[in-house]
Design a protein around this ligand. Structure first.
Ligand code: B12
Length: 224
């Protein structure tokens, strides 16, 4: 039975038909599919399927990619309330677009993937200063600061990742808070993340989710 929902859900996502995707989810729930299975068997595999398509065809439709992550985030949030046991939250991150950067789509996709992986996401929006990233990470008790930068000058700029690294150093927070980056400039130069002082980077939402979960685990092990 689950298989047919998986097929219908994937078809709906492929057609970027959010209503149809939600209808599949609601029908599955009504037919007794557990919220846990909806998240782990329907939502997350659909994101992975979309990424596999995008890897083969870099020109794959951005709307499909975006919609998959949006639906994933929406459905996951609704399903979490219905889990039989409160899901174990893996950790918490703050995310935002770098200072001077107004590009928000990549960040939203990454947020959707993280929420589906049970990571709490505090979205600081766009054009976020280095101080704000660090202050928010401290006040929210986040293990990771995730910075999205779509332009070379916002990836490498003075009030971006490099300043965040300097602040983490100055405030003695490097063991407690890791720095992850992503966005187009990092795909062009896979070593750029090191130059801007980040701990890690990822080329897409699904890889970003996995990488950030690893960073959260690193922090938790180091500070245990
Ligand atoms: C859409 C877009 C816009 C939209 C943004 C709308 C919005 N709300 O986001 C608008 C029209 C507003 C815009 C404005 C501008 N843009 Co623009 N834009 C783009 C475009 C076409 C697509 C970006 C996008 O959304 N991609 C889709 C998402 C899904 O991909 P992504 O962001 O890369 O995210 C994925 C990964 O990178 C990764 N990821 C992303 N963030 C993070 C973060 C972390 C922590 C991790 C781990 C991973 C990760 O996962 C994501 C999901 O898979 C790009 C061209 C391109 N091909 O990249 C130009 C582009 C980024 N823009 C560019 C420019 C120049 C501008 C403007 C300056 C144009 C102008 N003259 O006004 C302004 C700048 C505004 C500003 N201050 O930010 C240039 C940058 C050039 C450069 N070398 O720096 C580009 C590359 C176009 C070009 N070829 O010239 N833009």
């Amino acid at each position: 039975m689950l298989e047919s929902y998986i097929r219908s859900y994937n078809d709906a996502v492929f057609e970027t038909d959010k209503e149809a995707a939600m209808a599949v989810v609601n029908k599955a729930l009504a037919d007794g599919v557990t919220p846990e299975n909806i998240v782990f068997r329907l939502i997350i595999p659909a994101i992975e399927m979309m990424m596999a398509i995008i890897e083969k065809d870099p020109d794959a439709n951005l709307a499909q990619h975006f919609m998959t992550a949006q639906i994933a985030a929406d459905v996951t949030e609704k399903m979490l309330e219905k889990f039989s046991q409160p899901p174990e939250v893996i950790g918490r991150i703050v995310i935002g677009a770098a200072h001077g950067d107004l590009h928000s789509l990549g960040k939203r996709i990454v947020s959707g993937c993280l929420k589906a992986l049970m990571v709490e996401v505090i979205d600081l929006g766009v054009n976020v200063s280095a101080e704000r990233f660090v202050d928010a990470a401290v006040s929210e008790n986040a293990q990771v600061i995730a910075i999205s930068a779509m332009m070379v000058h916002t990836a490498t700029g003075e009030n971006g990742s490099q300043r965040v690294r300097a602040l983490l150093q100055e405030r003695g927070l490097e063991q407690k808070i890791k720095l992850a980056v992503g966005g187009a400039p990092y795909r062009f130069d896979p070593e750029l993340y090191r130059k801007v002082g980040a701990d890690a980077w990822a080329a897409d939402g699904v890889t970003a989710g996995k990488m950030i979960v690893n960073l959260i685990r690193e922090v938790k092990n180091d500070t245990a």
